[in-house]
Every structure is written in structure tokens, then in C-alpha cells.
Design a protein around this ligand. Sequence first.
Ligand code: GLN
Length: 284
Amino acid sequence: MTTVQQILYKISAQLLQSGIDNPMMEARIMLAYILNVSTSYLVTNSNYVVEPGKIQALDQMMIRRCNREPLAYITGIKEFWGLNFAVDRNTLIPRPDSEILVEAALNFAKELTEPIKILDLGTGSGCLLLALLYELPNASGIGVDQSLKALGVAQHNANQLQLSDRVQFIQDDWANSVNERVDIVITNPPYIKIADICNLAPEIKMYEPHQALFGGIDGLECYRKLLPRASQLLTDHGCLFAEIGQGQEDAINAIATHNKFELVKQHRDLQGIIRCLVWKKLTA
Ligand code: GLN
């Protein structure tokens, strides 16, 4: 007979040994997932006896996690903006820091006359665009990505959130085939320098799609492509919201200025790092 408490001790020790931060928290999340209960249920039911079939399923999950596969790929779900998003190895796992882009775009959307049109460049799981559409009932959007497999995940998320009638997903390289004007462009493009691969956690380096992570030698390649296109597609009163890497603000703002954008705001993430830049178009 093995209880919740005994299992949590055992697997959190194994997770710790595999170099995983917050082993007890992850142990609880995994067991709660297998038992289909909340993590707080485990805390208050520590003497509950877990049946052998569930322990076997947990062992399978542990093999994957101890090989440093991200928990979100194992469970297939990541919460973002309080919503559940399906994710797999074709999509980046949404990060809490990216919620700042959603917040900034929502604040701007209040100033716009409806209906609002949004374009998400490099949509991945669709998390940024779908969070915005969820909050803005009179908005519609286009999500663009190079990866057809990622777009399949994004479409699934749109269906699950009942937003599919207001969103269109297109396989494209930075919206070259889009020809309608939009009020908001939002983007979290790949911005890691290739040489920085050695500094990444195994979870990222070994499992997340490199196509969604790396922005060339200096990390800025995608901004050079997307900023001119965003400038063509934005309406005159529109705004562009972009996530950036640590310390990239000056270099990226220089590219934006070159493309006739004017920086209107910068937002810091939960660690105080400038993470989101907002530009409007310079009108002559
Ligand atoms: N827009 C998605 C996200 O923020 C995917 C970003 C990407 O693939 N670089 O998670």
C-alpha cells in the first residue's frame, strides 16, 4: 500500500537528483495530474492510498521528466492568462512573462473603435492572440506561423476556447500573404542568439522547437523581417507589441525607428527586465 505522502517523498527525491528545481511542487503536479485531482486535494489527503495502475502511469511520467522533458509537454497543457492551452513539441511553451504583452495590448485596445483586428506573428500555440480574442468579444484575428504543425495546435486551442469563428490561422513567413490592415500587431518572435544555446536549460535546449527559439547570430533576425511588414500592415492609429530578450531594447528600437516606428512604451517582466516594447507608426 502506497500513500500519496510516500509517493510524493519518493518522486520528489528522484526529481531533485535529476537536477529539477522545485521538486516537491512538480511531484504534486504530476501526481495530481495522474489522479485527476487538484494539488490542494493531495495536501489534505496525504494518507490516500494510490492504486498500482496509477503508480505505473506516474513511473512513465517520471522517466520523461527525469530526462528533462518539460512538464507541459508531458501533460500536454500549459496555463496562460488563466486559460488552458494545449501544447506539444511543435509549439513553444507559453511563458508567464509573455502575459505582459496581452496586458499592454488590452490597455491599448480600450482606446480603439470596434471592431478590432489583430495580427499575431509567430503564433505558436496561439496563446497571445487567443488570450486577446477571449478578452475582446468584438475583435477578430489572424495568427501566422511557419510551422503547419504549430498551427494545428493553435487551431485546436481556438476550438477549445470557442474562438474559432473569430480567428484565422495562416502558414506564412511573417505575414507576406496577409493583405488586410490591422489595428494591433502582437509578436513574440524567436530572439535567442544561436551561440547562447549552451546557456539554456536542458528542457528548452533539448525539447522546445529551435525554430521558435533562435533569432540568428545576433538574435535580431526575425525583427529585421517582421518590423517592415508590420509597418505595412498596421493602420495609421495601430500599435505593435513585441516581446524582446534581455538587453535587446536599444538594438531592436533602432531597427524599429529605421522602419518609421516611434517607441511609445516599454514594459518590464516579473523580474524587472524590459520584455515588451510598444511602437506606433510615425505619421508624416
Ligand atoms: N506566440 C507564441 C508564444 O508567445 C509562440 C512564440 C514563438 O514561437 N516564438 O508563446
